[in-house]
Design a binder for this molecule. Structure first.
Ligand code: MN
Length: 735
């Protein structure tokens, strides 16, 4: 529909049956009337523009009111003497009027500001338009303006292209509208770096010309196999967009020839199950590149994108990416949210708020009964930045702060010197207490006095931004060293007194000097200082403080157990209770050691473990019954390198978001067996981290990497997989 034929648009809307075609026509005729006589810079009739915007909005699968608003989006601003918002509201209802109003308000003048304000502008933009349809119409408006940018002056071309690249394309990305995002980026690039753009276009055309046969061959082969399986599909061969090649070349400093994911094959199928079946077929036909398999079906991207990705090696050793998704996933990938709504609006309306789309659900106001599409779209009124506020400096610059921030946060966001000399604040011109909570839209003025002694320690208890917090701490660190050291000593005394043994100041200072050394401070005073200004919490000294205390003050206490003698279960458990480690493993009674989990056995909380001091860096943690451990313990030369290890309480309480484990799944081969396993895991909400298969006659052996909490969790996963009909056995394996 590049030709912008309004009658064709009407015909399509009419044919689909889900539009109020009379209302759409009324909106068009009104727009045509209002813009009559107006010309675009190109000399064309102005109405061409609203028609094009309406068409793009229609392609984004939006509703009647959005299309009406698209037709009318420039009328209020351009023809103020002919129509008002109130008039649009009377004729077309509140929704259409609100969208038109939103689109008009978003004409924020753009000046080339520093990066930070561009980021803020983008956020403001989203925050200001609570109805997502406003953004869609705005993006469509921008897209058509970009398509027709060639008639503008070079200066205008540049500033509009820059704004498109920095503000509009990222918003399209955030909303998952790939189709618009890519076109905006490519168009913007062609104006921002015309030479680079042309070069890549030439290279792309050339490479594509040379490899037509390769792509055709791969496509033919895949089609043949899929036909054999009787799967309904659509195949699309595609090459990477010019802008994404450009980005790779410039950001990663690669030459054109080093872009190896240049080709992609996209396979669209009917059902999710088919996706996994096709994946199996592809992996059977081609060798896959390790580490390139991504399952965005079981774990969708934040912008709702779902698809399977894998990279395989084709004939002549040319790698290419294969994307496998259903039609519905494809529509969501191309048009984002709106498509999602459209597909789900039928029988599954309530499931539209699928649990995997949590971020969207969080953005939606509760609208449990979303069966009416208009209702549902209406409920897309969002507050994307609930956790963030925007306030202004007296000069009108935007400052973004975490919700709950105070004028102190604001002052430190401006500059630490402003914060450190702050004595008061004004909100919208009125003096307020400095701990007043700020609201979006307020103008904040900081009152300073060069004689101010600096921030108060109390401020730390009510500032919200980490920036203010760290700058205040920095102040105390720099300016108040003597005082901080004294504070630090007092705090340590309070802690040591709890141990119930008498000690001298010299002993205390020696303990701290030892600790300082162990922790990478130059001297004891630095550690006191750090405790004094709040940079180091005493809790974090943890058992180290106790250890040094025991060593220097209570030497008669029993010496701690030495490796490699492993402790009994009971004493180990008691040790664990005594500690609150922030790490998952305690090695040789010391928490927070640099550890890594051995790939040969991938230990999980619940496994008995042991550590091995590697020659490189850190300690590798094995399962105690790992074959490498059993062999290794026999080697006398390594004896000193084995150390006791145990899980911390936090690890056992599942505080670490999962550990990687591997399963060997032995199954009778069927075309759908891979799909069944993947779906079973997904239903258990188990994330798949890797997947590879081997075949042996009619048995398929799958090695599946999964993320799980501990041995119990893994056992339940194994138990569930074993229940599947095709599955013969499941064992714990390794990478
Ligand atoms: Mn416009």
């Amino acid at each position: 529909m590049e030709a912008y034929d309004v009658n064709e648009l009407f015909a399509r809307c009419d044919a689909s049956g889900s539009y109020d075609i009379d209302k759409i026509k009324r909106a068009y005729h009104l727009a045509e009337d209002l813009h009559r006589g107006q010309k675009r810079i190109s000399g064309e009739d102005y109405i061409i523009h609203p028609i094009a915007v309406a068409q793009i909005v229609y392609e984004c699968q939006l509703d009647t009111n959005s299309i009406c608003a698209a037709f009318l989006h420039d009328t209020v601003e351009d023809c103020p003497d002919r129509i008002t918002l109130a008039e649009i509201r009377t004729q077309f209802g509140k929704d259409v009027a609100d969208i038109v109003d939103g689109v008009t308000k978003l004409n924020i003048p753009f000046e080339t500001k520093q990066e930070a304000s561009i980021r803020n502008l983008r956020k403001m933009f989203l925050a200001m338009s609570k109805d997502l349809r406003v953004i869609f119409v705005k993006l469509a408006d921008r897209l058509h303006n970009m398509r027709t940018l060639s008639v503008r002056t070079p200066e205008k071309q540049r500033s509009i292209a820059l704004e498109t690249m920095h503000v509009y394309a990222p918003i399209a990305h955030r909303l998952g509208i790939q189709r618009i995002k890519q076109e905006l980026e490519t168009l913007a690039l062609s104006y921002l770096d015309p030479i680079g753009f042309q070069e890549i276009r030439k290279d792309t055309d050339k490479r594509y010309g040379e490899s037509k046969d390769f792509l055709a061959e791969a496509t033919r082969k895949v089609a043949e196999s899929l036909n054999a399986y009787g799967i309904r599909y659509k195949l699309e061969g595609r090459v990477k967009s010019i802008y994404s090649i450009y980005k790779k070349m410039y950001n990663q400093n690669k030459s054109f020839d080093e872009i190896y994911d240049f080709y992609a094959l996209r396979i669209l199928v009917d059902t999710e199950l088919d996706c996994y079946t096709v994946l199996g077929v592809i992996h059977e036909m081609f060798n896959s590149m390790p580490g390139r398999f991504k399952d965005y079906i079981s774990t969708p991207k934040q912008n709702l994108y779902r698809s399977l990705h894998t990279t395989v090696i084709g004939s002549e050793g040319i790698p290419f990416e294969v994307q496998i998704r259903t039609w519905e996933m494809h529509a969501v990938a191309e048009y984002g949210l709106a498509a999602h709504w459209k597909y789900k609006s039928g029988e599954q309306a309530n499931q539209a708020l699928d649990e995997k789309l949590q971020w969207i659900r969080a953005l939606l106001e509760t609208d449990a009964d979303g069966s009416d599409p208009d209702e549902f779209l209406h409920s897309l009124k969002i507050d994307l930045f609930e956790d963030e506020i925007f306030v202004f400096t007296p000069k009108g610059d935007v400052v973004s702060l975490p919700a709950g921030s105070t004028p102190i946060d604001f002052a430190y966001a401006i500059h630490s010197a402003v914060g450190n000399k702050m004595v008061g604040a004004k909100l919208n011109g009125n003096i307020v207490p400095i701990d007043t909570v700020l609201q979006t839209g307020q103008i904040v003025e900081v009152l300073t006095n060069p004689n101010s002694k600096g921030p108060s320690r109390d401020w730390l208890s009510f500032v919200r931004s980490s920036e203010a917090r760290s700058k205040i701490k920095m102040f105390f660190k720099r300016e108040m060293r003597t005082e901080n050291i004294e504070f630090g000593k007092q705090a340590i005394d309070r802690e040591l007194r709890r141990y119930g043994h008498r000690y001298t100041d010299q002993q205390r200072d020696q303990i701290m000097a030892n600790l300082a050394l162990r922790m990478g401070y130059a001297e004891g005073d630095d550690l006191y200082n750090s405790i004094g200004f709040g940079g180091m919490e005493i809790v974090k000294l943890g058992t180290k403080l106790r250890e040094e205390f025991n060593r220097l003050v209570v030497p008669e206490q029993e010496p701690k157990a030495k490796a490699p003698a492993l402790k009994t279960e009971n004493s180990e458990r008691e040790d664990r209770k005594a500690r609150k480690s922030s790490e998952s493993v305690i090695v040789d009674n010391v928490e927070g050691c640099a550890v890594k989990f051995a790939k040969c056995c991938s230990p999980l909380p619940g496994d008995r473990i042991i550590g091995f001091i590697t020659k490189g860096y850190g300690i590798s943690i094995h399962k105690y019954d790992c074959i490498n451990v059993q062999n290794g313990l026999k080697r006398p030369e390594d004896r000193d390198r084995w150390v006791t290890a145990s899980w911390t309480i936090r690890a056992e309480k599942r505080a670490f978001g999962g550990f990687e484990a591997y399963l060997n799944v032995y199954a009778t081969y069927t075309p759908s067996v891979i799909a069944e396993i993947s779906i079973a895991l997904r239903d258990m909400k188990v994330e798949i981290t890797s997947f590879s298969t081997k075949e042996n006659d009619d048995v398929i052996i799958m090695t599946v990497g999964v993320r799980c909490n501990d041995t119990d969790h893994l056992a339940s996963i194994i138990g569930s997989l074993k229940k599947l009909q095709a599955v013969r056995d499941v064992t714990r394996g390794n990478a």
